[in-house]
Design a protein around this ligand. Sequence first.
Ligand SMILES: Nc1ncnc2c1ncn2[C@@H]1O[C@H](COP(=O)(O)OP(=O)(O)OP(=O)(O)O)[C@@H](O)[C@H]1O
Ligand SMILES: [Mg+2]
Length: 278
Amino acid sequence: MIELKDVTFAYPNGYIANENLNLVINNGERVAIIGQNGAGKTTAVKLMNRLNKPTTGDVIVDGNNTKERTTAQISAYVGYVFQNPDEQIFNSTVAMEVEYMLKYRKLDQKDIDRRRDRAVELTGIQDYLKMNPLDVPYSLRKFITIAVVLAMETPYIILDEPTAGQDLQGLKTLSNMMDALQDEGRSVITITHDMEFVADHFTRVVAMANKQIIADDTADNIFWNAEVIKEARIKEPQIGEIAKELGLKGNIIHRRDLVDALSHQKKAFIRGGSNEKE
Ligand SMILES: Nc1ncnc2c1ncn2[C@@H]1O[C@H](COP(=O)(O)OP(=O)(O)OP(=O)(O)O)[C@@H](O)[C@H]1O
Ligand SMILES: [Mg+2]
């Protein structure tokens, strides 16, 4: 379990980027973090792997207070994929990048091979292993950094905007990967501005605005909460927008539910029509 207990965080220049955060993420849970640019999302997740240490309050990772542990110790629990892959990449081939931390940790070669192959398969970067990561297109470079973190096999994985710049294939790879990780009981925390992706893949959503968590709820409740949408400047999923325009009830955000509601109405309409004729 990752716990943020009344956490406030100020950058060295004094700018307060997170205020009074309280949050519990359970082992194996999948959580989306959404909200306006500059809300403090990246700052908040960096608290979870100790890249940021709370100015006040506590962050507890599986019983370890991050204030009392090193970043290396916490990184055994929490893997963080940077928002900008170029801040993370430093090796001259993709294979070396994926293997670097495994070698640093002195794992045996068999274990390194197994972890690398699994991470490479889940992220679909098989064809790029011999290339310089910086020569790989941005969307795939992100998958290289994800593979690095997957290979660490941490119980918690944080993905900072993995959907940015991804085409349909990239989004499919991401969702398959998240399903595989969930099957393994690993927790995936994802920051994203892609609300269709959130609606399709997340039940629990944390919305942030102005340094704070303003809602922690199911995706359908969040996307049907006009105040949260406005405050966190969320572009709601189209299915929800259509359902609202049609005056449908039930916090619809999924295509299947919209189709069901409309076909239900159609059937009722036809029944009503045939009754009139009788
Ligand atoms: N190193 C830093 N020093 C001072 N201020 C910073 C630093 N890094 C970020 N900030 C500021 O903290 C605030 C929150 O930034 P953060 O990166 O956490 O936002 P975010 O929600 O991840 O935004 P985005 O959606 O654009 O990625 C912003 O106003 C940002 O300018
Ligand atoms: Mg960010």
